[in-house]
Design a protein around this ligand. Structure first.
Ligand code: ZN
Ligand code: ZN
Length: 214
């Protein structure tokens, strides 16, 4: 009897977390991952502002209208394509880093932790840690670690790389806050991002969406 209750509880928890994930993905759908502008016409396949193809299936390559949640050609879920595309590929390009899957990144993060224990902290080790945290999409940790880095090593050559990571992390924190209708929090993150890089057009667009430019 007790076992049954736990089983049902587990199913409820799984379904609930699923619905959370789907919500996030749904909200991501009509915001262009390239320029961060909202696209109203969901029958389009490309962003009308920057031309980015927005709903390409990573399984078969079919280009789908923005509104589709499943590929018109192979029926694969497009939610996964959207998430892996926005998190990994664009950020890899932005950071100018090569391909490496998540399990390899996790191994490298552990290696860095071990090296810090053995040889102590160095700017290069922390900088690499920040890049990997950014690639993993751990925005909050990437942001605070990069911030601590610039205070700890203000003259290190890695500071330019750290700024890029911090802007990406803050922009994504802003985006997530915006999705939850926490506009004031979003505005805070986005303004911090723009104080680091005033020309970051994605953060500018999100700030406008959050009502932070009025
Ligand atoms: Zn766009
Ligand atoms: Zn497909």
């Amino acid at each position: 009897m007790k076992k049954n209750v736990f089983g049902i509880l587990a199913i409820v928890v799984v379904l609930f977390s699923f619905s959370l994930v789907c919500d996030v993905v749904w909200a991501l759908k009509n915001v262009c991952p390239e320029c961060c502008k909202m696209v109203k016409d969901q029958d389009l396949t490309q962003c009308p502002f920057c031309g980015k193809v927005m709903n390409k299936c990573l399984i078969c390559g079919q280009i789908n209208p923005i509104k589709n949640d499943h590929c018109a050609s192979c029926s694969a879920s497009l939610a996964e394509s959207r998430v892996s595309r926005t998190i990994s590929r664009d950020i890899r390009e932005e950071l100018k880093l090569g391909e490496s899957d998540r399990s390899k990144i996790e191994v490298e993060l552990q290696q860095i932790e071990q090296k810090v224990l053995e040889t102590g902290i160095t700017p290069e080790l922390v900088a690499r840690q920040v890049e990997l945290l950014t690639l993993m999409g751990w925005w909050s940790l990437a942001n605070t670690t990069a911030n601590t880095f610039s205070q700890q090593f203000p003259k290190a050559e890695q500071n330019a790389r750290m700024s890029i990571c911090r802007v990406i992390a803050l922009r994504n924190l802003g985006f997530l806050a915006l999705q939850e209708n926490h506009n004031e929090i979003a505005i805070g993150y986005l303004k911090t991002a723009l104080s680091i890089d005033p020309k970051d057009s994605k953060a500018q667009n999100l700030l406008e969406m959050a009502g932070g430019t009025k």
